[in-house]
Structure formats: C-alpha cells, structure tokens
Design a protein around this ligand. Sequence first.
Ligand SMILES: CC(C)(C)CN1C(=O)[C@@H](CC(=O)N[C@@H](CC(=O)O)C(=O)O)O[C@H](c2cccc3ccccc23)c2cc(Cl)ccc21
Length: 341
Amino acid sequence: LNLKKMDPDMRRCFEYLKMTSRSFCAVIMALDEDLRYGVCIYYLVLRALDTVEDDMTIALDTKCALLETFYQKLNVVGWNFNNSKEKDRMVLDNFQIISSEFRKLSPAFQQIISGSCRDMGSGMAQFLKRKVIDSMTEWDEYCHYVAGLVGIGLSRLFVASGLEEPIVGSDERLANSMGLFLQKTNIIRDFQEDTVQDRLFWPREAWIKYGASQKSLLSPSNMHNSVACLNELVTNAIQHIPDVLTYLGRLKNQSVFNFCAIPQMMAIATLERCYNNPDVFRMNVKIRKGEAVLMIGNSTSIELVKEFMDKYCLSIARKVPENDRNASATRVALQAGLRNK
Ligand SMILES: CC(C)(C)CN1C(=O)[C@@H](CC(=O)N[C@@H](CC(=O)O)C(=O)O)O[C@H](c2cccc3ccccc23)c2cc(Cl)ccc21
C-alpha cells in the first residue's frame, strides 16, 4: 500500500490508526481497496466514541448527551472535542479530519457507520446511567452495544463492498457473537486494572455467588472463590466459539478473513492464559508477543483457525479443576467448540 497516492487527510487518518493500535493497523491496511478506507474510518470513529465513554473527567449528563448525539457530529464540518484527557485523545482533537474523510465514503458506507454509531452511543449512555451490570443477560446487552454492533456494522461493510455474500451481513446473531467473544475476553482480562479504577464490568449475577462485591474478588483471602468466578465467566465466553467458527467459515475474501480471524485467535489465547489463573486478580494477563505473531501467521484459513481453536480448548480442558463447581459446564462448552469441525 503506498501512502503517497492517498490524499493528505486520509494519510493522517492512517497515522492516527497506527498510533491507536499499531499491530491492528497493519491488518486493516491489508484489507482490499474500498474496504480499507471504510474500516479505517469506522475504527477511528469507534475509537473516538470509546474515548468519550472511557473519559471519567466528563460529567455524566454531558457525556450521555455527547454519546447520544455523537453520530450527528460526523456531518458537522470542523467539529472537534478538545476536552479529553484520555491517551487516545488525538482522535477527538482531530475529529474534523476523520469526519471529512467519512463524508467522502460511499453513501452506503456512511449510512452503515453512522447508524452503528447512533445505536452504540445510545446503548453506552443507557449503561452509564445504570452504573452496574446486573444479570448475565445485561452483560450480553452491554457487550452487544460496545462490540456486537461493531460485528454487525463490519459485516454490513463487507457486504456493501461486494467482497462478501449477503448472508454475512444478514445473520446478525453470528456477527454479534464475534463481538461478544472479543469484548467478554477483554472484560475478563482487564479485571484488575478496571476494578482499581472502579470500572465494574463483571456481571453481578456471577460475582454475587463468590464475594460481597467486585472489589472483594481482589482480596487474596478470597482467591479460591475469585478464581471460581473467573472460570465461570470464561465458561460463558467460550460458548460463542461455535458461532465464531461458523461466521469465519462463511468468509470468501482472504483479506477479510485475516482481519476477522486474528482478533479471535488473540482472544482464545488470552482466555486460555486467564482460565484458572490467579494472576488475573493481580495484573493484566497478556499473551506473549511471539505467540501472537505465530497466531497472526496461522490465521489465514478456517482449517488453521479450527486447529488453533482446538489446541487452546484442549489446553483449557486440561486445566479444569475437579472441584470447580462449573467443571462440567466448562467441559460441555469446550466440547461444543471442538465439535464444530
Ligand atoms: C471492543 C472491540 C472488540 C470492538 C474493539 N476492536 C478490537 O478489539 C479489534 C482488534 C484490536 O483493536 N486489537 C488491538 C487490541 C487493543 O487495542 O486492545 C490491537 O492493538 O491488536 O478487532 C475488532 C474486530 C475486528 C474484526 C472483526 C470484528 C467483529 C466483531 C467485533 C469486532 C471485530 C474491532 C473492529 C473495529 Cl472496526 C473496531 C474495534 C475493534
């Protein structure tokens, strides 16, 4: 891809992409022509929305209003948001560059991206007012807003670009599962850093069986219960694996397949590291860069992806403690992931 040919504002958008997510930028740059620009802008717009949601220095009512109307800013020439303190604030400081490139996309792409932001912004505002995530159903609902909708939006972009068949965009349950698998993995992995910042993303219906509060899961004296709660949430997340494999199996375009498969591979490798691992309550459990590079190279076909999925599911199965109250549910969920050959 030569950045030379690109107009200066689009080139700046790829610079922002590189700054916000180095490794993933390369995967987006590898997408076929039209999709590359559409996904780059979509990613940056979502990063801007996420940066607003994460910014604890913005007053609640201001933040909710901004989230609910954010999609309209895509059509406000010159609009920026300079009050962010977040690390990714550059996408908000320079939002007018991103929105000017957004307005050059095809009407179909604009409609998909704008509609996705509208639904996501209102869902985020809804959950900001609720403060905690109560039931497992609410956990699915929250993850639908912040990640499931991304799967649905991306699937529509893949179809609108002509690179994937209509079923990829119409089967919203599978597209949603792609997002839920990634987001549930992030929430499980980020427990320690979120909890110390008073961000409560673990569903109350889960931790209430193992402790008085989400924070109480951090105490070393409660570690056996905390790990049991962790195992329960990992068991919940791996139930999305059959849908993920079905979705990936439908993709025809190689660049789209790689773009979709790589984050899913990172997620199953992360879940495998997190399962039954007390370190989740002490630090952010990251997969080793070497392992990630190996996976990126091997996420190019559904056969290879299934082999990787099987390897990680078997590794989790070997770690299931006999006395874990969810042991049988975990084994059943892993079997479903394996049987999807
Ligand atoms: C919350 C999230 C999972 C949706 C974030 N999300 C992803 O995690 C990125 C990966 C990413 O950003 N990796 C970063 C990790 C990080 O920054 O922590 C990296 O540096 O490797 O992938 C997803 C993503 C890619 C491909 C298909 C998807 C289907 C459904 C939902 C999301 C899908 C993503 C695609 C778009 Cl367009 C926008 C955001 C995302």
